[in-house]
Design a protein around this ligand. Structure first.
Ligand SMILES: Nc1ncnc2c1ncn2[C@@H]1O[C@H](COP(=O)(O)O)[C@@H](O)[C@H]1OP(=O)(O)O
Ligand SMILES: [Mg+2]
Ligand SMILES: [Mg+2]
Ligand SMILES: [Mg+2]
Length: 352
């Protein structure tokens, strides 16, 4: 199977969803108090509805594991109307592409049903899409990094992964900096769409409309000297231990500050060689990572020449349900240095 239709539809679907997320961000900026999470709620539901509608139109027999579900939304008609207005207006300029996605949704009820179609339990058999409509909610709210993430898992293996990152530089060679991580902005020169298909490599293309078919291949950067590598990690210390990361960097002789950013933009950034290593180090022993937080990024990094495992060296197992219940942490690195990084991770974690 070549998965060409799957990756094409997945790219268009996340691209359309970012029209909505960007409108939500710009429409609410400055009008909401800082700790008001309503923009992200609107963006989450709206993007999930749009993407599931496109999947169901093209692949009606596939299952979907989506992060959100509509039960609380059904009790809030004002919020439903607000989201519906955004969902019906989010259309690609390219009318042929819009038709391929099934065109606009027909009614608020159809929108609610689409959101609720993301309730698959996941598992080892069949074709299952994993969807995170907005990954990196904190980054989204602050105007930093976030991603719209979609992957197709077949019999437990990720076959297609796409990540739309509206606030990352378009330029694959733009170096990472704390500024890129913390202050995104989707202005001029920003917005990139990463994609990968199992065994055919990874690509990027501009996210802007009018650039629907101009993908270029991406590769991880060689790391001839590990002491010069750039680490990426979460902004949130509660999602990945900053202290353990610093100890691991020290053990490897890395002196450069890590780059902190929210979301799977970290996987995309190392896949195109803007950074080198991504570590996610468990903070709470009982937290199970969600498949929609990793499936697309895992494939994009592996197809760009990387290796992705958990902190014990096991591959991420996407066939266990809605979570990665058999894995703890993530170590993503170019194949050539992965073992060296993993050894440092194991040594630091076992000495705690
Ligand atoms: N304790 C935790 N450990 C690791 N990841 C977490 C934890 N709590 C939430 N997350 C998830 O981490 C993701 C963001 O990761 P990052 O910090 O790399 O941007 C979110 O999807 C978030 O899930 P949720 O959507 O439930 O908040
Ligand atoms: Mg997420
Ligand atoms: Mg999310
Ligand atoms: Mg969430």
């Amino acid at each position: 199977m070549s998965y060409q239709k799957e990756v094409h539809i997945a790219q268009l679907a996340v691209q359309r969803a970012t029209i909505l997320t960007q409108r939500v961000f710009h429409g609410t900026k400055g009008t909401e108090s800082k700790d008001d999470r309503s923009p992200v709620t609107v963006g989450d539901y709206g993007a999930q509805a749009l993407i599931i509608h496109a999947i169901q139109h093209n692949f009606p027999n596939d299952e979907i594991v989506g992060e959100e579900e509509a039960s609380t939304l059904r009790q809030n008609p004002n919020l439903t109307t607000q989201i519906w207005d955004l969902v019906k207006a989010a259309q690609l300029d390219d009318t042929a592409a819009e038709q391929e996605l099934g065109g606009p949704l027909e009614s608020p009820e159809q929108m609610l049903q689409a959101i609720d179609a993301g309730r698959s339990a996941g598992g080892l058999r069949g074709r299952i899409w994993a969807l995170d409509p907005i990954d990196g909610t904190k980054g989204f709210l602050r105007g930093g990094q976030y991603a719209v993430c979609l992957a197709l898992i077949e019999d437990g293996d990720v076959k297609v992964g796409v990540l739309a990152c509206p606030n990352l530089p378009v330029d694959d060679s733009a170096p990472l900096s704390a500024d890129v991580g913390e202050k995104g902005s989707d202005g001029e020169g920003r917005g990139v769409l990463f994609a990968a298909v199992f065994r055919t490599g990874a690509t990027s293309r501009p996210l802007g409309q009018g650039a629907l078919r101009t993908s270029r291949p991406i590769r991880m950067q060689d790391v001839p000297d590990i002491t010069q590598a750039t680490f990426c990690e979460s902004v949130e210390a509660g999602h990945s231990s900053h202290g353990d990361q610093a100890a691991i960097a020290k053990k490897l002789g890395i002196t450069k500050e890590s780059v902190r950013m929210d979301s799977q933009a970290k996987y995309g950034s190392i896949a195109r060689g803007a950074g080198d290593l991504y570590l996610r180090l468990p903070v709470r022993a009982d937290y199970e990572e969600k498949i929609w937080d990793h499936a697309a990024g895992d494939l994009i990094v592996r197809e760009a020449g990387g290796k992705v495992t958990d902190a014990e060296g096991k591959p991420l197992d996407f066939g266990r349900g809605r979570t990665l219940k058999d894995n703890k942490g993530v170590v993503a690195a170019p194949k050539t240095v992965h073992q060296q990084v993993l050894d440092a991770v194991k040594s630091v974690l076992s000495s705690k």
